[in-house]
Design a protein around this ligand. Structure first.
Ligand SMILES: C[S@@+](CC[C@H](N)C(=O)[O-])C[C@H]1O[C@@H](n2cnc3c(N)ncnc32)[C@H](O)[C@@H]1O
Length: 298
């Protein structure tokens, strides 16, 4: 039988979808799957990557269905607060640059970059997310975005291959060894290139992942770096997120050879009433939900 890039393997079973932390990544609104436990425990790089790949393959359809409109097919949105690169200019001038987008999902940001005259490559660990990129390109009849399936911790590119790297909530929150990830990004960038990435604001780890008032009382230590893990009945991780404090992130960047240029904490904008998991107007007006690190390779 002929297949299209959007076909799924026969073994794909949407009924097997496991849930996730309520606001673990932008878009993950469901509770852990019925048979999954949500725990705080260590999770090694291999286990974390495997869990991410399977989780995003299983949940990509739901994610794109739920958030595709907010993201836009060719917008560069940094976060649930809706900060748009077209207004924020965190990347600087992108025209003519070769750009690596890490944890690109359906490559919406890369499509915006291409429209500005950049040459993006969209990398993601999930094949299904990248199939959504192809779906969008086919629907528009446009030149497809170049996509690569790989783990951000082991980038399949030559040293100095890119002029810019960026990530909107991709890979970084899910990687066990972000110090290594920062070194990898540093390796594939040319000297002076920018590396800009957004993540859940670290302070959110002290609060329950709830959009309502219950999400406003600190119940966990901000300093507890133990990963959040959902695991199946065999104790195998099905979803993992890793926490770093603000200081950890700064130290990982500088140890890898980056200079931190800015740390942006987008404020909840007037008039935005849309919730995204634990990101809500109520919480957004009181505590930051996103941190965007703007760094330059030394
Ligand atoms: C919250 S989504 C963000 C996607 C896109 N940037 C957006 O804004 O919709 C996180 C993405 O990171 C990808 N990801 C998770 N771990 C990864 C890893 N270790 N390497 C590469 N991509 C990863 C997931 O597959 C997923 O597409």
């Amino acid at each position: 039988m002929a297949t299209t890039p959007f076909d799924l393997p026969d073994s794909f079973d949407p009924e097997e979808v496991s849930g996730s932390r309520a606001d673990s990544a932008p878009g993950e609104d469901s509770a852990p799957g019925e048979d999954d436990d949500a725990v705080r425990r260590e999770a090694a790089p291999e286990e974390s990557s495997r869990a991410s790949r399977h989780w995003w393959d299983r949940n990509a359809d739901e994610y794109q269905d739920e958030h595709g409109e907010f993201l836009g097919d060719d917008r560069f949105t940094w976060c649930p607060e809706g900060l748009d690169e077209a207004e924020a200019h965190l990347l600087g001038e992108v025209k003519g640059l070769s750009v690596l987008e890490i944890g690109a999902g359906a490559a919406q940001c890369s499509r915006w970059l291409a429209a500005q005259g950049a040459r993006p490559v969209a990398l993601d660990i999930s094949f299904r997310q990248l199939q959504h990129s192809r779906r969008i390109d086919l629907g528009r009849g446009a030149e497809p975005v170049a996509v690569v399936q790989a783990d951000a911790a082991v980038l399949p590119f030559a040293d100095g291959a890119f002029d810019l790297a960026c990530s909107a909530y991709g890979a970084v929150p899910f990687s066990a060894d972000t110090a290594a990830l920062m070194r990898e990004v540093h390796r594939v960038l040319r000297p002076g290139a920018r590396w800009v990435f957004s993540v859940t604001h670290p302070i959110r780890w002290a609060f329950p992942d709830e959009p309502g008032v219950e999400g406003l009382t600190a119940t966990a230590s901000y300093f507890d770096r133990t990963p959040y893990v959902e695991q199946d009945e065999h104790g195998q991780a099905t979803y993992v997120e890793h926490h770093r404090t603000i200081g950890d992130r700064v130290r990982e960047l500088t140890a890898a050879g980056f200079q931190l240029l800015d740390l942006v904490e987008p404020e909840w904008p007037e008039g935005l009433e849309q919730e995204w998991g634990g990101w809500s107007p109520l919480r957004g007006r009181l505590i930051p939900g996103t941190a965007i690190f703007v760094a330059r390779r030394g």
